[in-house]
Ligand binder design. Structure first.
Ligand code: UDP
Length: 369
């Protein structure tokens, strides 16, 4: 198929099977999908979002699919086998995609799950895979690599650090990420407290931020979806004296209203964060990010300019950085997002990626199998 970069495309966006859009269980994928879809529509492309039942698509065309959700790969071990529940929503999403594929120029997969990669050679319609996490299991690594080899250019990632967790880093297309800056208001005069935003789950390392809050006496507002209730309750018990407050899981507009008044955002992941949407959401409001020097965060945060990069797993390092926040110019934080992580910048990169995929795509009959 030959396309010009400016040709309007018909695109099917297939969401993650972890939960419905708007639930928070999909983590950063939910906002990423929303932002990419919004950009594509603004650029004149036609699209449909297909997602688990109960989803919101923020006013964009949506097909809801019933079925049981998938366990997220980060909760499993490296040797974990591939498992699908009965009446799997993942299988049902891809059954739907197969049945309508002739109506589309391109399908975009947002799921970090084995099935869509495995099915890729059985589809006539090309599939772009936006991989949202780094290497987690052997089975996932193998199937993603197989697609990277058979369909060059179709594996998209968010950062180089994420790509480097895979043995096929050089075959991943790095896309960064982007947000709609008009939804995030700059705040020059913050309150005294700092924030922590994200899924409340062990790989996010919330306990270190709480420990730093306890040691410094600086209030910590926690915002996000409680994915692991036991983990959260343990933190509450372990740090009874820390001045923390849980604000709930908030829609983006409410989230940014509370985030922008924070003196800083703490990001304390134990894993290689593929990107870290909340880092650019904070920076867009002028909020410096204090993050472990790990994964995508080390590419987003400029140490000493838009926040501080701290030795991973060092609570003392977090405490030290909290003492240096006056050195950061909050305008520089906003400017960083305007320059690199606007939705327009992301839209340009995504369109170019789609164009590259379509210009290379051969139907199976033309020798791609
Ligand atoms: N988020 C939200 N409301 C909240 C807290 C977080 O909508 O109260 C969203 C946030 O906007 C971000 C996502 O949750 O898009 C977390 O994504 P991130 O990339 O930081 O981490 P992930 O969960 O994907 O590992």
């Amino acid at each position: 198929m030959t396309t010009k970069a400016s040709d309007p495309l018909k695109i099917l966006l297939v969401s993650s099977p972890i939960g419905y859009l708007g639930s928070g269980s999909g983590g950063g994928v939910e906002l990423t999908l929303q932002n990419i879809a919004t950009q594509l529509i603004q650029r004149g492309h036609t699209l449909k979002i297909v997602a688990p039942k109960g989803s919101t698509a923020w006013g964009m065309p949506l097909v809801e699919i019933a079925g049981n959700s998938q366990k997220s790969a980060q909760t499993l071990g490296r040797d974990a086998p591939i498992i699908l529940p009965a009446s799997s929503v993942l299988a049902n999403l891809w059954d739907y995609a197969r049945s309508v594929q002739a109506e589309y120029d391109l399908i975009v997969n947002f799921a970090y799950d084995w099935l869509p990669f495995y099915l890729t050679p059985f589809f006539n319609c090309p599939i772009a895979h936006l991989v949202s996490m780094g290497s987690l299991t052997e089975a996932m690594d193998q199937i993603i690599e197989q697609v990277a080899t058979q369909f060059p250019g179709t594996i998209g990632v968010h950062t180089r650090s994420q790509a480097q967790t895979f043995t096929f880093a050089d075959r991943c297309h790095c896309l960064g990420n982007g947000i709609d800056l008009s939804r995030y208001d700059f705040c020059a005069d913050p309150e005294t407290w700092v924030g922590w935003v994200g899924r409340i789950a062990p790989e996010k390392g919330l306990e270190d931020a709480v420990a730093a809050s306890g040691l410094t006496g600086i209030g910590l507002k926690i915002m996000g979806f409680v994915e692991n209730e036991g983990y959260w309750q343990q933190i509450v018990l372990d740090y009874l004296d820390a001045p923390i407050e849980y604000e709930g899981f908030l829609p983006t507009d409410e989230l940014q209203r509370r985030l922008r008044v924070c003196r800083a955002l703490l990001m304390t992941p134990r894993w290689i964060e593929a990107f870290g949407n909340v880092a650019i959401e904070a920076l867009a409001c002028g909020v410096p990010v204090i993050a472990y020097r790990r994964g995508g965060l080390a590419e987003i945060v400029e140490d000493g300019k838009t926040g501080f990069l701290v030795e991973p797993d060092s609570v003392d390092g977090l405490v030290e950085a909290l003492g240096k926040l006056d050195q950061i110019d909050r305008y520089a934080c906003r400017q960083r997002v305007e320059a690199e992580y606007s939705n327009q910048a992301m839209g340009d990169r995504i369109e170019q990626w789609f164009h590259d995929i379509l210009s290379k795509h051969l139907r199976p009959a033309e020798g791609n199998l």
